[in-house]
Design a protein around this ligand. Sequence first.
Ligand SMILES: NC(=O)c1ccc[n+]([C@@H]2O[C@H](COP(=O)([O-])OP(=O)(O)OC[C@H]3O[C@@H](n4cnc5c(N)ncnc54)[C@H](O)[C@@H]3O)[C@@H](O)[C@H]2O)c1
Ligand SMILES: O=C(O)C[C@H](O)C(=O)O
Ligand SMILES: [Mn+2]
Length: 604
Amino acid sequence: MAPQKSKFGHLPLSTSGPVDCALTGAALLNTPAFNKGSGFPEEERVKFNLTGLLPQAVQTLEQQAERAYEQYASRPDNLAKNTFLTSLKDQNEVLYYKLLEDHLQEVFSVVYTPTEGDAIQRYSKIFRRPEGCYLNINHQERVEPDLAQWGNAEDVDYIVVTDGEEILGIGDQGVGGVLISVAKLVLTTLCAGLHPSRCLPVVLDCGTDNEELLSDELYLGLQHKRVRGQKYDEFVDTFVKAARKLYPKAYIHFEDFGLKNARRFLDLYRPKMPCFNDDVQGTGCVTLAAIMAGLDISGLHLKDIRLVVFGAGSAGVGIADAVRGAIATEGGISHEEAAKQIWLIDRPGLLTTDTEVSDAQKIFVKDASSWSDKSTDLQSVVETVRPNVLIGTSTVPGAFTESVVKAMHKNASRPIILPLSNPTRLHEAKPEDLLKWTDGQALVATGSPFDPVKGPWGENGKEVSIEVAECNNSVVFPGIGLGAVLSRASRVTDKMLVAAVHGVASMSPTKKRDQKAPLLPDVLEVKKVSVRVARNVIQAAVQEGVATERDIPEEDDELDEWIREQMWEPKYRPLRYVEPRTATRAAKGELKKAGTVVRDDVSK
Ligand SMILES: NC(=O)c1ccc[n+]([C@@H]2O[C@H](COP(=O)([O-])OP(=O)(O)OC[C@H]3O[C@@H](n4cnc5c(N)ncnc54)[C@H](O)[C@@H]3O)[C@@H](O)[C@H]2O)c1
Ligand SMILES: O=C(O)C[C@H](O)C(=O)O
Ligand SMILES: [Mn+2]
């Protein structure tokens, strides 16, 4: 079959056309990026020496997905389902993504938050096969060669890296953190069509301070305390430099680094390369979009915001920064002025001029003298500052008590309340309680998925069902990554992030003026949201002069088509046999994630 030619000419990430493959027989069946199982057509079975290795029936991807789903559904609980899916991914990548796509709503929380958190906590117990790249702080000389196993300069578009120190809200998980890199990349493929063979999950193994892991003889990582200080900084820098050298076009996504490191590395690397911290920036973007949707419903504007953030860590300050920027831009005021509308609370209470704070928190501190006669705990701050937006990123379950919420509701008729701490058990409040305590008036979105809440909040006390949006950075990071990768952005600028926020906000169901609509688009809309976010991000990158890809279409419709054409989809593509002698590493299946990379197909 002749490779298809795009109307846009050569597309760097084309996902159409046949796949070069030098593997045959059992080796082919055992390579998930190429394997089709019972889906191999007759002529490929002959050409690739598969006859005798497969039962005679040739089945469609749809039939296979149906069978796989039945097997999935028969697993007793979510962790068992998660393990089943991991094995499926290891056998047949196309089938895995097809199943995920067909049952998106149901599987989202199984391959991602919260179930992935359970899989991470049990990593060394449920481990079967390695996934991703494991780098060792004690062998920094091996960082570059180890990373180099993943391909040539052109082969990697997207890297997710974690050091495992602050996974979700469950703390230090050491080497198990690799599964957050894996899960975030599953989402970039599922939600934004990044080619699965062109994504690289990395864990920087620095040891762990988690006593349970240190005393577990099955623990798979370096079994010593976390290495900190200069050696740690050098390790991160060695990784970043090696990644840049080996894969100069790749976008680097930092995930779940510890509080002291997340912001520091972002500030250090952001001016020099296309990188992104999901906990700081992704969370900031999606939460700002949710707040904007909530303001729309309550008829308020950014200038009216009075925001209390409970838990001023990576996510909390990232959100505060995003909101501060938006207030300043809209009102034409300084960032210092805008910061007066935001109050940060952490372990010591409200952050004031008397509290020890980080550089990132500094702009938000309040004058201690004006609080000297008042308590600075959450309840007192809420009573004093009368917020209309309350965010939880503290990992303290139940922190938003009935009394706090009622105090807030006294002064805000439609309080926007976003308990964002993951996984589910760490949420600052449950949506059903928030709605109960506010007579159905709270505008709620949560960090993990929740079922709709039923209550007597319709006209004349009629029972209604209120859907609760998931305010998770997963709404936005895949689209931002897609935009950055396709435009080959040399940086991720603030304007690109603001453009992403507007992309999400423009797709909020509240735009339809439904007072009971969820604040953010539904998970079933993820692909559309990603295209919209990517479009905005690409246009901003072009305006900012950081897009290095030439020939980016200008018109919205054409740009959307250009984006969609480059998104990978779970479909079987014909295999084209190439002699092992002449094959690329990808075609030989030699890359750790043996590639269905087809960079050259379109231009040949
Ligand atoms: N929904 C999302 O998209 C999203 C994104 C990022 C993080 N999160 C969640 O937010 C939580 C925090 O993540 P992070 O990356 O910011 O972690 P972090 O460690 O950087 O921040 C947590 C902050 O909460 C503070 N805190 C702890 N106990 C407190 C208490 N009793 N009172 C007040 N503050 C307290 C800590 O001192 C710290 O500053 C996690 O549960 C994480 O899963 C959610
Ligand atoms: O991983 C998630 O679900 C969101 C976020 O990045 C987190 O750390 O909680
Ligand atoms: Mn995270």
